[in-house]
Design a protein around this ligand. Structure first.
Ligand code: NAP
Length: 750
């Protein structure tokens, strides 16, 4: 993609791996009228000319920068001061001066030594988080920065336009630009880059100095190879970095030593439970943050990394499946197990990112949790007063359930806490839970714009029981209030306008806590204890819903979904599909862990018909509407949904996003303030395609992605769904099971 010329003349001081990679971008996209460089050796300049990277080379840095409107220092950080001294007398007043050094505090110090406290307005330090073990002008690559982050650390007096221009430059290199404070940069990098490099150098040095080093390296396992790869980096560069960021690195090393000491001690003491706890914690943290490491930028704005393509022509849609465990029950099993006395053993736990966020949060609050392994988790409860202050903000990922329920729990603790979330969660309303908690005496703030996360809580408040009339049906708000009520004086009660999911009430009872339900009013009395128990998490009806809809719209389909939770507050999708005429039977009903479960059998034998969805079913099917909209599009006649305003503030505005997608696939529909009207294209007895092909944006909403996947069963052309990486949040095995059933689904990384 070619861009407009951004600069008159760009001068590189230093043109090795990093400098020459940026020069390659500038040349390839004609971003500057001329590019020059100054390096230590003449050879580098000659090579750079031959490679077509520069128009002229200079031995003297001052000469090189004359007339330049962008100067890039791309040399070892230790050489910054002398380079700035050389160029100072020749600087254009409006010149932008940036650098690529791996440390920032010492670069700013070097600039102050040269310019005094009033640094040039165009001085904007930077650091591309990309590189390799190779160095020199030949090692550069035009795509070195693509899909990597670049941190800029503008200073107080830095010119905003200059910052914008640099952002444009790095974006042209396909990098994602993040602005950060200098000290924060050095601290973060000390932990995430400098410490791991030091550890790699240290390990290789330790093993290489042994007498039997030949054997050690000859028989080294993959772990050693992976871990030690970065010890092959340039010693000079790392020598400079270790000195340049001395303070922050020594801090990071001290933390490492302390942690290592802990590991040493538990191994010495053969403390098996503690060691498992520590290893499990680290493993879960690596999994929990994996999506961040893999694709999420430091400043939370989502990147799209994956898409589904559904090909038309599915011949069958059949089979018996066990979909993953219920998310709501999984979350609560960890929360209640953690604050219970004794051990709780959970089976069927959903190992999706959302439930793992809850698990991580409780580990961060000092709860020892083993697993999850094949859906099994063992929680060593710390009792109602046993949670400990987390070391830093609790990261809730994409999970609204975790944040709203934990708001209640954290409001009652003796310590302060902060909860943050990813881009999508950061847009979701939190005042609806904060308000009633404040009435109970909680000090809770929603510090994002518009009452959104981060949520900040000041501890040590004695909560008082209240009665609260929920203004809108929400199981999360109800649960948050009831959970705060566990620590409150007296009775806490909630009245809901319509019944919502009652997993909290059922599970509290399973943990031996008395909860009263009288009509729409639920109440409990604070100050009692929970007792650890065994929890079998039922299969999630929300996940089953995609396959139920898939089978209902596909001729000859025959799908059985086993051990699905059929809690009456969740079965709206079954009722609505039945009313639409689906051939659906609920078989083998039984009770597991306080929750009713059954096998759901559904066959594609007749065309669905459009209905006005009864409003009393809306809260009972709130998460299943994206899938039900696909069913409505395949039905004969009009389907009308009202009373579902809640759908507009889910992971996405599900009414608008679904309406946009349906229209794109040729379905007529009208979104309304609290619902949608869909003109079904089905005709009795006719199973021909109703959807056209097209490209759907999931808006990072897993349920949107999976719903439109099912539309592929009745599409004339391929449907591509962009942004499907979030599917793993609730249904890690979706693609595997859908493909087994017969859906022609391809996953590709983008
Ligand atoms: P490199 O490949 O070794 O290139 C360094 C360049 O600087 C060479 O052109 C060299 O000139 C020149 N140079 C070295 N000492 C100099 C001095 N005293 N005065 C003037 N020029 C000098 O290094 P690099 O990997 O591009 O690293 C450059 C900067 O990027 C460093 O500050 C480093 O911290 C940062 N960085 C590196 C990485 C990475 O993975 N390598 C990643 C992010 C940031 P000659 O060619 O004539 O020797």
């Amino acid at each position: 993609m070619s861009q407009a010329v951004l600069f008159e003349k760009v001068a590189f001081i230093g043109l090795g791996l990093i400098g020459s990679s940026l020069a390659r971008v500038i040349q390839a996209q004609h971003l500057a009228k001329s590019v020059v460089a100054s390096t230590r050796s003449v050879k580098t300049l000659q090579d750079a000319k031959q490679l077509g990277l520069i128009d002229a080379g200079f031995h003297d840095a001052g000469e090189a920068i004359k007339g330049a409107d962008l100067i890039v220092l791309a040399l070892p950080v230790q050489a910054t001061q002398s380079a700035l001294e050389k160029i100072k007398p020749f600087l254009r007043e409006d010149a932008i001066i940036t650098d690529v050094g791996s440390t920032k505090g010492n670069v700013v110090d070097a600039a102050k030594a040269v310019f005094g406290e009033n640094l040039p307005k165009g001085f904007i330090p930077g650091h591309p988080i990309a590189g390799s073990e190779h160095s020199g002008v030949h090692a550069g690559k035009v795509d070195l920065f693509a899909n990597h982050k670049v941190i800029l650390t503008p200073l107080q007096g830095s010119d905003k336009e200059a910052v914008q221009k640099l952002i444009q430059l790095w974006q042209a290199a396909q990098a994602e630009v993040i602005c950060m404070d200098v000290d924060r940069h050095d601290e973060v990098l000390a932990h995430t880059s400098h410490l791991p490099h030091l550890m790699a150098f240290n390990l290789v040095e330790q093993l290489a100095s042994r007498k039997d080093n030949l054997d050690i390296f000859r028989y080294a396992a993959g772990g050693f190879r992976d871990f030690s790869r970065i010890a092959a980096s340039d010693p000079q560069m790392w020598h400079d970095i270790f000195f340049a960021n001395k303070k922050a690195i020594l801090n990071a090393v001290a933390g490492f030593e302390q942690q290592l000491q802990q590991f040493k001690q538990v191994i010495e003491n053969e403390d098996s439970q503690k060691l498992m706890g520590m290893l499990g914690h680290a493993r879960a943290a690596r999994q929990h943050f994996n999506h961040m490491l893999a694709n999420q930028p430091l400043m939370e704005n989502h990147t799209v990394t994956q898409q589904f393509t559904i090909l038309p022509g599915t011949q069958k849609f059949e089979g018996k499946f066990t979909v993953p465990g219920d998310k709501s029950v999984s979350h609560r099993s960890i929360m209640f197990g953690a604050i219970a006395e004794g051990t709780t053993h959970v089976t069927g736990f959903l190992e999706g990112e959302d439930a793992l966020a809850t698990l991580q949060a409780f580990r961060d609050m000092g709860v020892s949790i083993e697993g999850p392994k094949n859906g099994e988790v063992t929680i060593h409860g710390v009792g109602i007063n046993g949670l400990k202050a987390p070391a830093s903000a609790l990261y809730m990922g994409n999970s609204g359930t975790s944040m709203r329920l934990l708001s209640g729990i954290l409001s009652a603790q003796q310590f302060d806490s902060v909860m943050t979330g990813d881009a999508s969660l950061s847009k979701r309303p939190m005042e609806r839970i904060a308000k009633p908690l404040r009435l109970m005496g909680a000090k809770i703030q929603t510090t994002g714009e518009k009452g959104t996360p981060p949520v900040s809580i000041t501890g040590s408040q004695q909560l008082q029981g209240i009665h609260y009339d929920l203004p809108m049906a929400s199981a999360q708000v109800k649960s948050g209030i009831l959970l705060a009520g566990l620590w409150a004086n007296g009775e806490t009660s909630v009245t809901e306008p319509e019944p919502t999911r009652d997993h909290t009430e059922r599970m509290l009872r399973a943990f031996g806590y008395e909860v009263k339900t009288e009509g729409n009013k639920i109440s409990l009395i604070g100050g009692e204890k929970l007792t650890g128990t065994d929890i079998q998490v039922p299969s999630d009806i929300s996940s089953a819903a995609f396959f139920m809809v898939g089978a209902a719209i596909t001729q000859g389909a025959d799908i059985t979904l086993e051990a699905v939770g059929i809690n009456p507050t969740r079965t709206g999708v079954i009722e609505i599909l039945k009313q639409m005429g689906a051939n659906l039977t609920v078989e083998n009903e039984r009770i597991a862990g306080g929750e009713p479960i059954a096998d759901i059998h559904i066959r594609g034998t007749q065309t669905l018909k459009g209905i006005h969805i009864p409003e009393d079913q809306v809260p009972l099917a709130i998460d299943e509407f994206p899938a039900l909209f696909i069913a409505a599009a395949c039905a004969e006649g009009e389907t009308v949904l009202t009373g579902a305003a809640e759908l507009r503030v889910k992971e996405s505005d599900r009414i608008q996003v679904m309406a946009d997608g349906l229209k794109l696939l040729g379905i007529q529909c009208t979104p309304t303030a609290d619902g949608i009207i869909i003109q079904g294209k089905g005709k009795a007895g006719d199973w021909s395609p109703v959807f056209a092909g097209g490209q759907i944006e999931s808006h990072h909403d897993h349920r949107i992605a999976m719903s439109f996947s099912m539309a592929g069963l009745r599409a004339a052309e391929p449907i591509t769904i962009v942004g499907t990486e979030t599917v793993a949040t609730s249904f890690p095995t979706f693609t595997e099971l859908a493909t087994q059933a017969g859906l022609l689904l391809q996953v590709s990384n983008i």
